[in-house]
Structure formats: structure tokens, C-alpha cells
Ligand binder design. Structure first.
Ligand code: SF4
Length: 285
């Protein structure tokens, strides 16, 4: 959950998710839409979809118990090297090393040399030769590197490694921000008296598995409403990954419902009952 998402966002959301989905068993009686609705607001919805699929496989093939075996973990949707190692080390307290950028930075600075993941894994194996508590080791490495040996301003004077760290007190310039790509897009609130138009196969493809409000990319659909009066409702900026969107939201009132296989009309009262991404909630409010 914390991948690309702030701790405070996850902290706010976690109690709701745990209330609805307290264990693997509880997923059996719920649909993927129930989980997506709970997840709504955390973004990166593919993680939720993979999570749901993985739990379904664990319930079906592993009697509801998270596998300990790395290859079995790697076969689950959305679980890669890092997550598999984190589950083994933190979940099962077994020898494994979840290597993230923070840990890589800490070790590279200690020896003043850049290292590959494989080399890093060998170094960590050597360091932990006599250690037994792999859970604490993994967690402390993560916390220490992100809170003391920070990316831009490492706290060398408070660091327990300062006497032998080969990079101690060096200046580390803040890294350049990743390239931001600016884009303009319009979204359309096409409304009848009591219904709103959503599109099932949108061209705006950031939220897979969700129905969308139509956008200016859905040219065919929008062209059907070109004679209707449109009114600018709101404009705002919204960032998704590296994209910074300048969004204009237009209201279009339609007296008739144009039916199409690709369109779904929802009653205004029904919208709160379905999982939709935060961007569309913002547009609808
Ligand atoms: S001394 Fe400074 S650069 Fe070296 S590990 Fe500690 S915080 Fe990082």
C-alpha cells in the first residue's frame, strides 16, 4: 500500500479496509468491486486488483495461508522480488532481504561505491551471517536509511556509522525532480434530469477496471453531444504519476439518453455505491 503513497494516506484508509477485510477468509464473500470501493483514494488501482487476485489464489490453492516459499510468492499477481523478500523477512522472520532504494543508498554510501542488487544481497548475507532476527534487521535497515541516511540531507552527525562510513559528511545535492509531463484534458458530466453518463472503455487509461466519466479523448461519444449546450463547471490541476493534468470539466445537459454498448447511465444516487477513482469523485462533487 505504501508504494507511491504517503504514510498518512494509508493510515487514514487502513482501518476501513481492515474492518471490511480483516483476513483472507473475508475476501471469499466479497467481490472485487467491494475491495476497490474500500481502496478508493489510495490510487494505483492495479495494486488493489492484484491484491484481490492473489488473496483469491491463496484461499483456493494454499488453504488461506500466505506461502513461505519464494517461488510460490513470485507466482502470485503483483508480487515481485521486493515484496516476496519483505513477506519472508518481515512476515516469517526468515533470511531474505527486501532491497529498496533507501537500503541501496545506505550501503553504497558506507562503502562509497555503487552496487547492484545482487552485490547488495551478498553484502547483506555476510552482515547477517550470525543474525537470527531477519524481521528486525529488514525493518531497521528500511527505517534507518530513510530517516538518517536520507537522500538529500543525510544526518551524518547522528549516524552510528559516521566513524567508518566512507561518505560521511559529503554533500549530497538534492536529486533533480523527475520530469513532469503537462497535459490538458476535458472531462464531461453528461447529465439527464437524474442520471449521469459513464463510459466503460475510456481512452483515458489511468484507471483500468473502472468506469470513467467521458473525456475529450472519447471523441466518438463526445461528438454525439456536439449540438448540446456545454457549460464550464470547474478547472483544476491534478497529478497522476509523472503527469500533471490541467483539467476542464464541462456540464452537458441532455434530454435524451443515448444508448450504446460502451455507455452506462447511473442514477445520481447510485454513484456513491460504486467504486470510482478520487479524480471522478472530485469532478462529481
Ligand atoms: S555517515 Fe552519513 S552518509 Fe554515512 S551512512 Fe551515516 S548518514 Fe549515511
Amino acid at each position: 500500500m505504501l508504494q507511491q503513497t504517503t504514510v498518512s494516506t494509508v493510515q487514514n484508509k487502513l482501518p476501513t479496509i481492515l474492518r471490511e477485510f480483516p483476513d483472507f477468509q473475508s475476501f471469499k464473500s466479497k467481490k472485487i468491486d467491494d475491495f476497490l470501493k474500500c481502496w478508493s483514494g489510495l490510487g494505483y488501482y492495479n495494486r488493489a486488483i492484484n491484491f484481490y487476485k492473489s488473496v483469491s489464489i491463496i484461499n483456493k490453492n494454499f488453504k488461506g495461508i500466505l506461502p513461505k516459499d519464494k517461488n510460490e510468492l513470485l507466482n502470485l499477481p503483483g508480487i515481485g522480488e521486493y515484496t516476496a523478500n519483505a513477506i519472508i523477512a518481515i512476515g516469517y522472520n526468515k533470511r531474505a532481504f527486501p532491497i529498496d532504494v533507501n537500503i541501496k543508498r545506505l550501503i553504497s554510501r558506507l562503502i562509497n561505491k555503487s552496487v547492484t542488487n545482487l552485490q547488495l544481497s551478498d553484502i547483506l548475507k555476510e552482515i547477517t551471517f550470525k543474525k537470527r532476527n531477519f524481521r528486525k534487521f529488514a525493518e531497521s535497515m528500511m527505517d534507518y536509511s530513510s530517516s538518517i541516511c536520507k537522500k538529500s540531507f543525510p544526518q551524518c552527525k547522528d549516524c552510528i556509522f559516521q566513524s567508518y562510513c566512507k561518505s560521511a559528511y559529503q554533500s549530497f545535492n538534492p536529486l533533480l525532480k523527475k520530469n513532469v509531463v503537462s497535459k490538458n484534458i476535458n472531462f464531461y458530466l453528461i447529465e439527464t434530469k437524474n442520471k449521469v453518463c459513464f463510459i466503460k472503455k475510456p481512452k483515458f487509461q489511468f484507471y483500468k477496471n473502472f468506469i470513467h466519466l467521458p473525456s475529450s479523448l472519447d471523441i466518438e461519444l463526445i461528438s454525439k453531444y456536439k449540438k448540446n449546450k456545454k457549460e464550464l463547471k470547474v478547472s483544476f490541476e491534478y497529478s497522476i504519476t509523472k503527469y500533471k493534468f490541467k483539467i476542464n470539466v464541462y456540464k452537458i445537459f441532455s434530454k435524451v439518453i443515448i444508448d450504446d454498448l460502451d455507455i452506462v447511465w447511473l442514477k445520481k444516487g447510485e454513484i456513491a455505491q460504486i467504486p470510482i477513482p478520487t479524480l471522478f469523485k472530485k469532478i462529481l462533487n
